[in-house]
Ligand binder design. Structure first.
Ligand SMILES: *Cc1c(COP(=O)(O)O)cnc(C)c1O
Length: 542
């Protein structure tokens, strides 16, 4: 199986998920050119692209991907045995990227676009260090200078992460820093400020705005980041088809939401084209319960209010996240597309306490051998919950293991030593943050999306799954993708299929000479073999 050649842009198929970004001062909807002073033009275009379903992955990015993609899909048989469940558990493992997480998928892409736009430098913020490492690697590949504003708290407590970035050649500043006006102001107010992700974002954005040849890069939440991560779901679709598995449930954790989007959006798109659709579950920490306890409202992405107003699930931009070990999940907001997706009822969310997360992580390590990143361990915990609750049913459950936990051994030590604390954030803290953060924002009326709303066909099979497994109606799964009827004159139109398997090819006429495929369709190796054996030509729609 080869890595995908296209990213999947859900906004083209489901424009209702792509709401406008608003200028906080005027309430006007932003356009690509409004982002031009901080992002490379091609990324600014991707952010607002509602037209192209399939966006070609540039050759240098595909080459970088080939170092670790396709990422493996594995069956967790050891974990199944340990749980005594009839459910089949699978995990897609992103920890095999050079830096050990899925963030590499967007890191190499963003550095490529910056270089192509003539940048000499990229700037980024990083909390726990994952994104800083990803953009440092991308910049090293492109021979770009890279500066990272690292939240002071992690800068001091995670020297390994800082040195990792410096080894790639990056310059790492503790944030708040004396290099920007927001940083100086924060230091004046409190010389010992531990910093925050919101402040680090503000510093990085300010420093990108100052220099025309410096671009800002970010690790999650934005549409283009979510889109770069769709290589995960596209590969998974091919791998599952190859194994003849139709998943019942896909699970991923949500920080900014990019890995969830990357896993789920391609499947949602396929569901809309008539395939059986799995259920989608987003997992958050009960310390930062953005979806389960936040509001779906207009808010800023950063505490300095430099970013546009977007409608999303939020705990308020003034929310100060508690110091949980899953640093990547400590974000007050969530990708607007992922937020709308969940708000529209296409997926659901669950919040899990820290101790249950680490208990699950240990179970996984001891049965499968991999130490998961604490963020990824949230997905493991949710998979364990489901496989235990439905232990008598043969569900096919896939969870995304976004990264390994080799840099988080201190957290594991705390858990093993019995010193880990409970993580729930009190309801009063959340309501106070929401009141202070969005109480004062004059919430604009929901904006008109620029295209008519899609028909939402995909939700039928979602409802059916829900009924079958959770409402106890015992209808066996029969929904199968119907192959498009073969056209008579040797040419067959299979462009309705996002994944082409030997089964898809089953109804091809014996004298077929050509198949027409969607630009981004994944062809499994077995199907590829059959096509070349029968000398059938592939024509891709552009
Ligand atoms: C950053 C991070 C996350 C959370 O970010 P998303 O954008 O929601 O995917 C999850 N897992 C790991 C390992 C991370 O580094």
């Amino acid at each position: 199986m080869t890595a995908p050649r296209y990213w999947y842009n859900i906004a083209a198929d489901h424009p209702e998920l792509a709401e406008d970004y608003l200028d906080p001062a005027t309430g006007r909807a932003l356009k690509a050119e409004d982002l031009a002073d901080v992002f490379p033009p091609e990324l600014a275009e991707q952010e607002f692209d509602h037209d192209r379903t399939w966006i070609p992955i540039p050759e240098p990015v595909r080459e970088a991907y080939s170092r670790w993609r396709p990422s493996p899909l594995r069956r967790a048989r050891g974990l199944e045995r340990a749980l005594g469940t009839k459910c089949r558990l699978y995990y897609k493992y992103e920890g095999g990227s050079p830096i050990g997480s899925h963030k590499a998928n967007s890191g190499v892409a963003q550095a490529h676009y910056a270089k192509r736009a003539g940048a000499r430098r990229v700037v980024a913020e990083t909390g726990a260090g994952q994104w800083g490492t990803a953009i440092s690697m991308g910049s090293a590949f492109q021979e770009l200078d890279c500066e990272v504003f690292m939240v002071r708290n992690s800068f001091d407590s995670k020297p390994g992460r800082r040195l990792y970035m410096e080894t790639f050649g990056s310059t790492v500043h503790a944030s708040p820093s004396p290099l920007t006006s927001v940083g100086k102001e924060a230091l004046r107010a409190d010389p010992d400020s531990p910093g925050s992700l919101g402040l680090a974002i503000a510093e990085a954005v300010e420093s990108a705005k100052e220099d025309r040849r410096t671009f800002y890069s970010l690790g999650s939440a934005f549409n283009f980041v979510c889109m770069h991560q769709t290589v995960i779901g596209l590969e998974l679709a091919g791998q599952l088809a190859e194994a003849d598995v139709e998943p019942d449930l896909l699970i991923s954790c949500i920080g900014g939401g990019s890995s969830f989007a990357g896993l789920v959006f391609p499947f949602f798109g396929m569901g809309a084209k008539g395939r059986k659709q799995p259920k989608f579950l987003a997992v958050e920490s009960n310390a930062v319960p953005t979806v389960t306890a936040g509001e779906f409202a207009y808010d800023h992405g950063d505490s300095a209010k430099l970013t546009p107003l977007v409608r999303m699930y939020t705990l308020g931009h003034r929310f100060s996240p508690p110091g949980i070990h899953a640093g990547g999940l400590r974000y007050h907001g969530l990708s607007p597309q992922v937020s709308k997706f969940i708000h529209d009822g296409h997926g659901s969310a669950v919040a899990i306490p820290q101790i249950e997360v680490f208990e699950a992580a240990l179970k996984f390590t001891r049965s499968e051998g991999i130490i998961p990143a604490p963020e990824a361990a949230h997905s493991v915990a949710a998979a364990i919950r489901t496989a235990t609750e439905h232990r008598g049913e043969e569900l096919d459950i896939v969870f995304l293991l976004t990264g390994h936990g080799h840099f988080d051994m201190t957290a594991y030590g705390t858990y093993i030593g019995g010193g880990m604390e409970e993580s729930a954030t009190p309801t009063e803290t959340i309501s106070a943050s929401l009141r202070e953060s969005i109480g004062g924002i004059d919430r604009p009326e929901p904006q008109q999306v620029s295209k008519p709303v899609a028909s939402g066909k995909g939700s039928d099979s979602f409802q059916e799954w829900w009924r079958r497994h959770f409402d106890g109606a015992a209808t066996p799964a029969t929904a199968e993708a119907k192959p498009a009827p073969a056209a008579p004159k040797g040419a067959a139109d299979l462009s309705g299929h996002a994944v082409v398997t030997t089964r898809t090819l089953g109804d091809l006429a014996a004298d077929a000479t050509e198949v027409r495929l969607a630009a981004g369709a994944v062809v499994t190796p077995l199907a590829q073999d059959e096509l070349s054996r029968r000398s059938i030509r592939i024509v891709r729609n552009s």
